[in-house]
Design a protein around this ligand. Structure first.
Ligand SMILES: Cc1ncc(COP(=O)(O)O)c(C=O)c1O
Length: 487
C-alpha cells in the first residue's frame, strides 16, 4: 500500500502517522539502525517538537544539539581567553584551542597536514572569495563552472573576467540536472597548457540535490585544471574524505553541518595549489613583517597568510565541539537516515496526483536517491497544470510552522535550466539600467514568458525524522484538486 493512499483525509490524525510509519519501516528496514538519531531528536533537539516546528531547511542552516551550546558556554565561563596574536597566558590558552580546532578539521576530513592547509574563514563564501581574488587568472586562462553553482561560486567570474580570463559554463541537463560526460570532456579539452585553469563545481547542488561524481576531480586534473570543490551543501550529510579525493580547494560553512556557531567556515587548500595564489593585499596577522617606510611586507608561510585579522577564536572551540559531536554519531549514520527519508519523500511527492490524473508536483532533479542528497526542489501545479505561486506556498507553510525555502536559493543557473528559461530571456532582464528586485524579475518572467523563476525547496538533515516528512507530505496533499488561483 502506498502511503499516499492515506491522504488527505487522515492527514494529521495520529493513527494515520503511525500507519504510515509502519509502512515506511517495513519498506526501509535500514532505517531502524539510525535509532540513535531518533533518540537525539528527543533529547538534543527537543525544542523542535516542543514548539511544533517542522524544520525542512537544513541546506539553509543545520541545527545544533543543545549539548554543543552547553559545552561551549561552560568553556567560556570557566576560562579566560585573550587575542591569540600575543604570547601571554590568556592568549596562549586561546591559541591552544584554535590549534586543536584546526587539528580536528584535518582529522574530520581525513586531510593530511602535509598535503592540505586549513584556513578558517567567516563562511563558505569567504573561502570562495579567498580563492577567486587570488587565483592567477590572466588572458588565455579559463574559469569553467557548472550551471548549478551557488552565487558565491558564480561570483568568482567577476575576478576572472577582470583579469581577462574566459568564463565557461557547463550546462546541467534537465530533468535530472546532471552534467553530460561528453560535454564535460569537450569543455575540459579547452584548457591551454601552461595557463591557469580553474574548474568549479558543487559536490552537491543546493538547488537539485544532485551529487556530481567526485571522480571529476581527477578527470579535471588530468586535463590540466585546478579544481575548486564547493562542499557547502554536501558536507552536512556526506563524508568528504580528502585521503581519497584531492580537490585543490574546498569551501564549506560549519553551521550547515552542526548548526552552531554561525560565522565560521573554512577553505581546505592543497599546499601546492595555495602556492599559486597571489593575495591582493595583506592584513594584520597575514604577514611576518611589514614596514611603512620600507614599503614592503612578507606574507606568512602558512594558513596565517589567508586569515585576515584575528580569527574567531572564541567560536573556534565550538567548531571542535561540533565536529566531535558529529563524529560521536557517525556521518554515515546521518547520511543513511537522510537518504531513507529523502527516498520516501521523493516517491510520495512524485505519486501525488489530482483526481484528473495530473501530477501535483514537478521535481527539479533526480527522483530517486542514487547520487543525490536530501535537498528537493519542486513546484506545485494545479489540475490544469497552472503553476502555484511559491510565495503562497511559503505563506501557507508558515501558517503550519513548516520552515522551507522558496525562490532560486542563490543558485540561478540550475533554476534557469530547470524552468526552461533561455539565454535571450535572461539577457533581457539585464538590459535595465535600474536595479531590478527579485520580485520584479520574477513577475516579468511569469507574465512575459509564462515560466516560473523560482521553486520550493525542502531539505533534510541531522535531526529529521519520519514525522517531519509525513507532515510535509500532508501539507503538500492539501494542494490536491485546488485551483492555483485563490489558494
Ligand atoms: C552549495 C553552497 N555553496 C555556498 C554556499 C554559501 O554558504 P555561506 O552563505 O555560508 O557562505 C551555500 C549556502 O547555502 C551553498 O548551499
Amino acid at each position: 500500500m502506498s502511503v499516499s493512499t492515506l491522504f488527505p483525509a487522515q492527514l494529521y490524525a495520529p493513527f494515520a502517522l503511525e500507519a504510515a510509519r509502519t509502512v515506511f519501516l517495513r519498506d526501509n528496514p535500514g532505517y531502524a539502525a539510525t535509532a540513535r538519531l531518533r533518540d537525539l531528536r528527543a533529547t538534543e533537539y527537543a525544542r523542535l517538537d516542543r514548539q511544533g516546528h517542522t524544520y525542512l531547511d537544513y541546506t539553509g542552516g543545520g541545527l545544533y544539539a543543545e549539548g554543543q551550546v552547553r559545552r561551549h558556554l561552560d568553556l567560556l565561563q570557566e576560562n579566560v581567553f585573550g587575542n591569540p596574536h600575543s604570547v601571554n597566558p590568556t592568549s596562549m590558552a586561546a591559541t591552544r584551542l584554535v590549534d586543536a580546532a584546526r587539528a580536528y578539521v584535518y582529522k574530520f576530513f581525513r586531510a593530511s597536514p602535509e598535503e592540505y592547509t586549513v584556513i578558517f574563514t567567516a563562511n563558505a563564501s569567504g573561502a570562495l572569495k579567498l580563492v577567486g581574488e587570488a587565483y592567477p587568472f590572466a588572458p588565455g586562462s579559463r574559469y569553467l563552472l557548472t550551471f548549478d553553482n551557488h552565487n558565491s561560486v558564480n561570483g568568482i567570474r567577476e575576478f576572472a573576467q577582470a583579469k581577462g580570463a574566459e568564463v565557461l559554463y557547463l550546462p546541467v541537463v534537465p530533468p535530472d540536472l546532471r552534467i553530460s560526460q561528453e560535454r564535460l570532456e569537450e569543455f575540459l579539452g579547452k584548457s591551454e597548457p601552461g595557463q591557469a585553469n580553474l574548474f568549479a563545481f558543487p559536490a552537491q547542488s543546493n538547488f537539485s540535490g544532485v551529487q556530481h561524481p567526485l571522480e571529476l576531480i581527477a578527470q579535471a586534473h588530468a586535463a590540466g585544471w585546478d579544481v575548486l570543490l564547493d562542499g557547502a551543501a554536501f558536507t552536512p550529510t556526506n563524508r568528504l574524505d580528502l585521503s581519497l579525493w584531492k580537490p585543490d580547494f574546498v569551501s564549506l560553512s560549519f553551521y550547515k553541518i552542526f548548526g552552531y556557531p554561525t560565522g565560521v567556515g573554512c577553505l581546505l587548500a592543497r599546499k601546492d595549489a595555495l602556492k599559486k595564489l597571489c593575495r591582493p593585499w595583506f592584513a594584520g596577522g597575514t604577514i611576518t613583517i611589514a614596514s611603512v617606510q620600507g614599503c614592503g611586507h612578507y606574507l606568512a608561510d602558512s594558513e596565517a597568510a589567508f586569515e585576515d585579522g584575528t580569527v574567531d577564536y572564541l567560536n573556534l572551540p565550538a567548531i571542535h565541539i561540533g565536529l566531535e559531536y558529529i563524529d560521536s554519531i557517525g556521518m554515515e549514520l546521518i547520511h543513511n537516515r537522510v537518504v531513507e527519508l529523502t527516498g520516501w519523500l521523493l516517491k510520495e511527492l512524485a505519486g501525488l496526483c489530482h483526481s484528473n490524473g495530473a501530477p501535483l508536483v514537478r521535481i527539479y532533479g533526480p527522483t530517486d536517491t542514487a547520487c543525490r542528497g536530501g535537498t528537493i526542489a519542486f513546484n506545485f501545479y494545479d489540475p490544469d497544470a497552472v503553476l502555484v505561486d511559491y510565495h503562497k506556498v511559503e505563506q501557507l507553510a508558515n501558517s503550519f510552522n513548516i520552515s522551507l525555502r522558496t525562490g532560486c536559493f542563490c543558485n540561478p543557473g540550475a533554476g534557469e535550466l530547470a524552468h526552461g528559461l533561455t539565454t535571450d530571456e535572461m539577457r533581457e532582464a539585464f538590459q535595465n539600467e535600474e536595479r531590478m528586485t527579485l520580485e520584479q524579475f520574477q513577475a516579468i518572467v511569469l507574465s512575459k514568458h509564462k515560466k516560473s523563476a523560482g521553486a520550493v525547496r525542502v531539505s533534510l538533515g541531522i535531526a529529521s525524522n519520519f514525522a517531519d516528512v509525513y507532515r510535509f507530505l500532508g501539507f503538500a496533499a492539501g494542494f490536491l484538486d485546488r485551483p492555483a488561483e485563490g489558494q
